[in-house]
Write a protein that binds this ligand. Sequence first.
Ligand SMILES: [Zn+2]
Length: 238
Amino acid sequence: MVLATFVGAIIGSYIGVLVLRWPSGEPTVGGRSRCDSCQRQLAWYDLLPLLSYLFLRGRCRYCKAAIDPVQAIAEWVGAILCGLAFYHLPLEIAAACALLFLLLLPLALLDARYLWLPDRLVIALALCGLLLGGLTSGGAELIMRLFAAAFAFALLEGLRRLFRAVRHKEGMGAGDPKLFAALALWLSPYDLPLLILIASTLGIAFALFLTFRKQSMQQLPFGSLLAAATVILVFVRL
Ligand SMILES: [Zn+2]
């Protein structure tokens, strides 16, 4: 479990880099990390997963500019979810869940920030779901799950188009139905309505919170909500 937490933090660290660099087309491997503000190259002790952000109190050591918290969030969430999975679940199921969570983490962060669910990540999630999904869903029939995925996609895609036709604006991103279909390969078909219910509840809670704070948002990141709902569902079910 300690090892899983550590590995989760390391992979979370890479996910943080991915989320920060991918949208602008920068290479995500290699290249030393620099402060975005003063361009000074960061030393290894500025880049320690989990700890550096806390020690530096979220500011650059040299110029005191605020550091993007996404990096630290990715590290902490990656570490906690991997640690919890291996603490709670039998080994092979924990490994499958950890993979599921680590694939969902960049999707959730990218959707929350850019309302963007990259197809390549969703396809990776779907392929891993085909191979390993049985472990996280108690081994439902594969054929049934493929049908469920097709139905899940058709349902959300239909709703998305209906909303757009009626309201003349986007209510849901184009990636959300694909993500839901990929998740249908990981989960039991019977759990899918519950997944939507949890995601919607989280969405309503989040929207209320924003209203309460007198903030507004163009569009809720439904992909992030689905990802969070999946984590909750996995821990409730397994
Ligand atoms: Zn700086």
